[in-house]
Design a protein around this ligand. Structure first.
Ligand code: PHE
Ligand code: NA
Length: 427
């Protein structure tokens, strides 16, 4: 059977931005920026985005399009033992979906609670404590996986592409509406100060750069998995460089804007901002309770997170569903259902045990995730940088500088290795 392709350029870019824009943008980025220097965090982030992030997208899409395969296929064609490295990153993808689906399950439950009115009355802290690690959370996690399976089972064009073409415009409208509401609240200025007041001293610390890099890779979905598979559905007439710029820009714009949504609202009502899950699941619900019409805005906010999250989870499941279709000759429907169930088995313990949740999230995102980006780069280099450069230029509307070649061959992998190692050294 011929490999599936994207139906249109717009569809491909929508799906890529959909994959990139996720909980990483709305939940993680603003908090990290607030902690690591405010506006000063944008300096390392933007520097790394242009030098490493955009390049990473071109690397993974070029690898996918030239090998016409996901990571197992692509790595096997290029590297000794590549097949096993491909299997490894598939496992990492399962682990990421496993914990991500739990968080998205909480979000689904909160969305329902804004509809039923429960969130108007409940104490948000108690509500979250009762839900977070419980049998009920397991049910919502299952629902998230089931919806994702439903979309992926419909295929690249009819499922993933179509869902993204609906969810992405809706997401942008919601984001803009909510941000305008937030920055026009009384005292919004206090929140903007917390978010943006630059602390330049933080910019000089290696830790800040390390956080910026791993945040950026995760945020762009550049882990040698999703973007390789998404690239494999590209046609030769499709443009890689401009799509990379659009995706990086869209992802970053949403992340930066999310801070403008969250902090003014929090400070306007004199609530203390908290790090981690508390920000979205405890602090913001408290804000929604105090704000006039707040539960309505809360409903829109959780809907925004649902769109952001689902467009990311489909891009996770698609990675190993594609592997099963091409390597195990399974039908798309069977692969989606079976692998959805497998993800639930791997993810279920995280709904019951906070320490398992932390373990699986850390292993997959911090310890092994960035290596996926490195393996993809090594695979592309091994296939020949000249060939890769020619592949990259096919269908490209803009001229990619020749410097792309030494950049990808030396600088890109070196930056990943240095920063990867420094995170263990710097603690
Ligand atoms: N980029 C997504 C986010 O920011 C997460 C993701 C990682 C999606 C890896 C696909 C693959 O939430
Ligand atoms: Na992101």
């Amino acid at each position: 059977m011929a490999r599936e392709t994207w139906g249109s350029r717009v569809g491909f870019v929508a799906a890529s931005i959909g994959s990139a824009v996720g909980l990483g943008n709305i939940w993680m980025f603003p908090m990290r920026a607030g902690l690591y220097g405010g506006a000063a965090f944008l300096v390392p982030y933007l520097v790394l985005l242009f030098t490493v992030g955009v390049v990473g997208l071109t690397v993974e899409w070029t690898l996918g399009r030239s090998t016409k395969g996901g990571p197992i296929e692509a790595f096997a064609k290029a590297l000794p033992g590549g097949k096993y490295l491909g299997i490894l990153v598939n496992i990492i993808m399962i682990m990421i979906f496993a914990f991500y689906s739990l968080v998205l399950g909480w979000i689904l439950r909160y969305f329902i609670a804004t509809l039923t009115g429960e969130l108007t009355k409940a104490n948000p802290g108690a509500f979250f404590d009762a839900l977070a690690f419980s049998k009920e959370a397991l049910l919502w996690q299952f629902i998230v996986i089931a919806i994702t399976v439903g979309i992926v089972a419909m295929g690249v064009q009819k499922g993933i592409e179509r869902a993204n073409k609906i969810m992405m415009p809706a997401l942008f409208v919601l984001l803009i509406m909510l941000t305008i509401r937030s920055v026009t609240l009384p005292n919004a200025y206090e929140g903007l100060k917390f978010y943006l007041l630059p602390d330049w001293s933080k910019m000089m610390s290696g830790k800040t750069w390390m956080i910026a890099l791993s945040q950026m890779f995760f945020s762009l979905s550049v882990l040698g998995t999703t973007m390789v598979v998404y690239g494999s559905y590209l046609k030769e007439s499709d443009d890689i460089p401009l799509s990379a710029i659009a995706t990086a820009f869209g992802d970053t714009a949403v992340a930066v804007t999310a801070g403008f949504l969250i902090f003014p609202a929090v400070f306007s009502f004199g609530v203390e901002p908290t790090a981690g899950p508390g920000l979205v699941f405890v602090t913001l619900p408290m804000v929604f309770q105090k704000m006039p019409g707040g539960i309505f805005f809360g409903m829109l906010f959780f809907l925004l997170l649902i769109f952001a999250g689902l467009s990311s989870t489909v891009s996770m499941l698609e990675v190993y569903v594609d592997s099963a279709i091409t390597k195990l000759n399974m039908s798309r429907k069977n692969a989606s259902v079976l692998l959805g169930l497998a993800t639930f088995l791997v993810g279920a313990p995280s709904a019951l045990s906070p320490s398992y949740f932390d373990w699986i999230a850390n292993i997959s995102t911090v310890y092994i995730g960035p290596l996926g980006a490195l393996i993809a780069a090594l695979a592309l280099i091994r296939l020949g940088i000249e060939k890769a450069y020619e592949e990259l230029r096919k269908g490209a509307l803009i001229e990619v500088p020749e410097a792309w070649k030494p950049w990808v061959k030396y600088l890109y992998p070196i930056v990943i290795i240095v920063i990867y190692i420094s995170q263990f050294v710097l603690g």
